[in-house]
Every structure is written in C-alpha cells, then in structure tokens.
Design a protein. Structure first.
Length: 159
C-alpha cells in the first residue's frame, strides 16, 4: 500500500510548525506580562487618586447618603393620603337612590355654596349643578335649598 502524497506546501508548513509554536508562546507571554503591568499601573494610579482626593470621596459618599435619605423621606411624606371613610348614612343614601355625585353636590350645598361655587369646586357646569339639585329636591321631598339641607341632616347624609 502506498502512502498518500502530501502537497509540498503542506509538508513545509508541518515542518515549520515547530518553529512558530515557541514564537506564539513568547508573544502570548509578553502580552500577559503587559496586561499585568498595565493593571498594576492602573491600581497604583487609583491608589494615588484615592489618597490625593480622599476628602472629596468622603464628601461625595456623605452627600450620596443624604440624597438617598432625602428621597426616602420625600417618598414617604408625599405618599397620597388614604381615602377618607364614607360619611353619612349609607342605608338612607341607598334607599333614596342618591348617587355619589349627588351626595357631593348635597355636601357642598350644606356648606352654604351657591350653584356657581359648587360648579367651580366640582369642575362641572352650573346647569349640571341645577340638574343634580332638582333630582335631590325630588328625592328628599324638598321645595327649597334649606329644606333639602335640613332633610339631609335629619337622615344623617350630611354633618
């Protein structure tokens, strides 16, 4: 059986392989030594910087701590207030069929506000306020504003 004939270039490359392997090792070793040296110089530069500016670093750390504290306190203080418990006689409100918006208008009416003031406070049209008041008068069996407020106080709908 005859051995396969290798091309001349491949044979030459295989013979030179022993020559380039030590060169690659040498280059890798030099690269590693340069990397270690660079890291050492960087570490020494950091040490010099840390020593030269240690006061600035401490001030920065204290400022960062106070910033974090301020943000934490601000978040806690600016948290929205929990909703107030429902006031008034819920059974009477349900029995009369008074909606939540009508109850809000009734509370503003009990506070002595005019239709325009109620409209401004609730950000609705004065005509809408008139409609809510007309329905409230009908549900409470009142003819005037004062009658509606007195009836609502009797039922415990407003304070």
């Amino acid at each position: 059986m005859r051995r396969p004939v290798l091309p001349q270039r491949l044979r030459a490359a295989l013979q030179r392989r022993g020559d380039w392997l030590p060169a690659v090792r040498r280059v890798a070793l030099y690269g590693l030594m340069l990397a270690v040296g660079t890291m050492a110089l960087q570490w020494l530069d950091y040490q010099r910087l840390a020593r030269a500016h240690s006061d600035d670093i401490y001030i920065f750390l204290i400022a960062a701590g106070f910033l974090a504290l301020g943000v934490a306190v601000g978040v806690r203080l600016m948290r929205p207030a929990p909703p107030l418990p429902a006031e008034g006689n819920v059974q009477a409100q349900a029995g009369l069929g008074i909606s939540a918006r009508e109850l809000t208008v009734l509370r503003e009416l009990a506070a002595g506000r005019s239709n325009k003031e109620i409209a401004l406070v609730l950000d609705i049209s004065p005509n809408t306020v008139k409609t809510h008041l007309a329905r409230l008068f009908e549900k409470l069996g009142a003819q005037r504003r004062a009658d509606a407020v007195n009836r609502a106080r009797e039922l415990g709908l407003v304070p």
